[in-house]
Design a protein around this ligand. Sequence first.
Ligand SMILES: C[C@H](NC(=O)[C@@H](N)CCCCN)C(=O)O
Length: 470
Amino acid sequence: MTEIIQKKLNDSPAMRWTALVLIASMMFFGYMFVDVMSPIQALMESQRGWTPDVFGTYAASEYIVNVCGFLIIAGVILDKTGIRFTGELSASMMLIGAVIKFIGITEWFQTTAMADWLNSWWVSMPASAKMACFGFMIFGCGCEMAGTTVSKAIAKWFKGKEMALAMGLEMAIARVGVFAIFSISPIIADKMGSVVAPVAFCTVLLLIGLITYTVFTFMDKKLDSQTGVTAEESDPEEEFKFSDLGKILTSEAFWIVALLCVLYYSAIFPFQRYGANMLQCNLDGISAEEASNIFRWFPIGAAVITPFLGNFLDRKGKGATMLMCGALLLICCHLVFAFVLPETKSAVIAYSTIVLLGISFALVPAALWPSVPKIVDEKILGSAYCLIFWVQNIGLCFVPKLIGNILTSTNEDNPAVIAAKEAGADFIPYDYTVPLIVFAGFGVLALIIAIYLKAVDKKRGYGLELPNIK
Ligand SMILES: C[C@H](NC(=O)[C@@H](N)CCCCN)C(=O)O
């Protein structure tokens, strides 16, 4: 008897890589929007009165609704409705949030009655900042939900194929987005003479992201029709149930990965906020722009290396070992920044440590996210990713504030800081030793958990050290 083997859409490399480009575009534009204001903080202060404190509140607003439980609901939505609906919902929320933020910072909005009312309470936060925070909260819900949806979509399209490479490429594309917006946001603001222009630009890009994801949903529908997955045919045994959430939360492997994730990323994304200033404080006589130029090799280094490590993971495995190496590198880098750089003030050491940190930022994400499908069932993968993001978001929301407080309190008696403040200097030479030790401390805990994960994997046989390509 002749068996007819039907080729599915994701069996074609061209089709599955096209799908990846479509979904990664949405995340590329999303990550651009996240950091659109970061390089124009000084302009926001002069044009809209956003002090560093206002900026801190604005940055935390991205995560606050997620931390309050939205990501748990997002996981249920993802597992109950699937990647097509959730992706569209996420992209739409990102766009709606962006539009609110755009309106909030326009010249026109500042003249409205609503702005007068917003200015009448919590007066240290200007009306523009309150509206921007509100928009950023909605955007943040969409962006994090999109991040988990994209991981689930890649796991679906690349299972048994180049899954880690695809996840690595998606993250690399997103990091290039951060690099790109750091470079072009000040140029657009300068050319158009307003902080509104870069935000408007990124809002339009988010609309394009919604369109690219919509195109992907048609491809995904076709894939489902080929694999025979339809709403009517779905097996009740295979359907997501609320009790599955309990299964995830009582799984030891889930908590190991979630804790590793929050500890590692707490020493990365919050550090990203202070990194350029830390370099300026530790290298004598360099400008903020020169410090940023050194620092931007960090996301770019990670972007270049992540796909190669993803490819290595697909073919050779060694995921748990990669997590350990990444955490170890992170500790070494933060300790070099804390103790070696202030003594040597060497640009070579600064550059090489930034590149090494970039390698760490490639090793851990490249191994962490593709490991999740190995420890949880596919039907609860969306919820698992969302719950991991939820635990991670708690760190991302509060660690920047913690580091800010530590930086302020450990520099209260610093003569150089006092003198610079008294002189009204633009640049304050902070001593970053204690915040950097705290970052290294997160790394030490992450390393201990990574070692434990490797031992658990050996005992339970999750296959974290095995290649993905079968
Ligand atoms: C894939 C992973 N993304 C995350 O961890 C997000 N929860 C946080 C994104 C931060 C920007 N808002 C990554 O980028 O490695």
